[in-house]
Design a protein around this ligand. Structure first.
Ligand SMILES: [Zn+2]
Length: 78
């Protein structure tokens, strides 16, 4: 959802994500995508984020806006 909104209105997307974050604190966000914890940007590969795979196949998303690195997967520490 947030991804679709992002295409039309970036600001709205930010609001949506920040809202989703508040709700998503208890419920895992079903959007199926990651977003930046730091600036709430929805990670769109090639647009707002780039995917990075380490040697151990650890997948990370790097926010192109603030440079924060987000590891793939929710609910797991680290
Ligand atoms: Zn960011």
């Amino acid at each position: 959802m947030a991804r679709d909104i992002y295409e039309t209105d970036q600001n709205l997307s930010h609001r949506y994500v920040s809202l989703a974050r508040k709700i998503g604190m208890r419920h895992k966000i079903p959007v199926g995508g990651e977003f930046c914890r730091k600036c709430n940007t929805v990670f769109l590969l090639g647009k707002t984020a780039k995917k990075r795979v380490g040697k151990n196949k650890m997948v990370c998303f790097v926010c192109l806006k603030c440079g924060a690195v987000r590891r793939k997967g929710f609910g797991k520490k680290g």
